[in-house]
Design a protein around this ligand. Structure first.
Ligand code: TXA
Ligand code: MG
Length: 331
């Protein structure tokens, strides 16, 4: 099997038809590409896990096109909870915010890995919205990469990741944010950030006390090692000017490096020439993937400022480098 990339209105029709038959489709979202299946079809959900090679203990995010669909999958536990979700939704949806809410019992157990809570978000991508309305059912979708690997931010990246295990990818161009949604659990009116993302804690603060448990594995899928390239990846904590890499190294730079720094590396990817963290986030996975597919033997990445969305990028970078840090420690 080799996945077919489809476009526009015809692509939407093909996607809807395949999803109706219980198939899975690579779809664009405003964060990263997802691998979608009908949230109420357990066979389709099983196919998602199979295609990604993902353990079934790791639940999936359910996507809807508008807030009005929320109660198809969510059963609010109180009026206060409903109020808070409505206020959050009015500001951040459609968009890159995922909320953990009490699930409806009709949702297949496989979607939530048996949990009483479902992760749900209203996607802002117009093509994903059209597919959702076309099939008329919420869609479960994890990021469209092999389990533990780099998330895809273009249709071509999805093809590189999953070509052998899926047959359709809807091309919606490059992803606006480039990093996965912020995941938030509501704990008695407090907001617990389970995964940092494009919606920052500063933006959430006016809705209640925001906290991020430090160093704890927050969701079943947030393993310390994730988003990993095939090559070794090391974060440069120290000043780049004094850093001498091994021969044939790739460099993931934040801003444009000087010619003197550039020539120490065999390939350089710049996340944002002028140092804009939003732009860096949008380019992050694509740049990491290009370095991974380049001729260099090892990748060095510069530490980014841990403010705003920089926190989410550094979260991904640390997980992406996890296996390499362990290897270098054991040597
Ligand atoms: O931006 C995004 O969120 C992308 C796009 C495709 O929507 N999706 C995404 O899905 O990043 P995935 O599966 O790669 O990451 C979802 C994370 C996993 O760590 C999973 O464990 C957690 O969300 N999660 C999903 N449902 C959950 C639940 N019911 N309870 C706790 N954690 C959950
Ligand atoms: Mg993922």
């Amino acid at each position: 099997m080799s996945a077919r990339i489809v476009y526009g209105g015809e692509g939407i029709r093909d996607s809807v038809e395949l999803l109706r038959q219980g198939g899975v489709v690579g779809l664009p979202t405003e964060t990263v590409y997802g691998l979608a299946g009908n949230a109420f079809d357990p066979m389709a959900i099983a196919r998602i896990f199979e295609a990604k090679g993902r353990p079934i203990s790791d639940p999936l995010i359910v996507h809807i096109p508008e807030v009005g669909w929320l109660e198809r999958v969510v059963h609010f536990s109180s009026e206060e909870q409903r109020d808070l979700v409505e206020r959050l939704g009015a500001n951040f949806w459609p968009g890159p915010l995922t909320l953990l809410l009490p699930r409806r019992p009709e949702l297949p157990d496989l979607v939530t890995a048996g949990s009483e809570f479902v992760a749900v978000r209203v996607t802002a991508h117009p093509l994903f919205q059209e597919v959702l309305r076309g099939i008329g059912s919420p869609l479960a979708a994890p990021s469209a990469n092999r389990f533990g690997r780099i998330s895809p931010t273009s249709a071509r990246d999805v093809k590189l990741e999953l070509s052998e295990s899926i047959d359709l990818i809807l091309d919606g161009g490059c992803c606006e944010h480039g990093l996965e949604s912020t995941i938030v659990a509501l704990r008695k009116g407090k907001l617990e950030i389970l995964r940092p993302g494009p919606i920052t804690s500063d933006q959430l603060r006016e809705y209640g006390h925001v906290f991020t448990p430090n160093g704890i594995v927050n969701t079943p899928g947030s393993l310390p090692g994730h988003y990993a390239p095939k090559k070794g990846l090391h974060i440069i904590d120290s000043d780049i000017h004094g850093f001498l890499p091994r021969a044939n190294s790739g460099y993931l730079a934040f801003t444009t490096p000087s010619p003197e720094i550039r020539e120490r590396f065999s390939q350089v990817e710049v996340l944002s020439p002028l140092g804009d963290l939003r732009e860096a986030a949008a380019n992050f996975y694509g740049a990491l993937r290009r370095l991974d597919n380049s001729k260099s033997d090892i990748i060095y990445a510069i530490r980014l400022p841990e403010e705003g969305i920089g926190l989410a990028i550094m979260d991904r970078l640390r997980r992406a480098s996890y296996g390499s840090q362990h290897l270098s420690q054991s040597h």
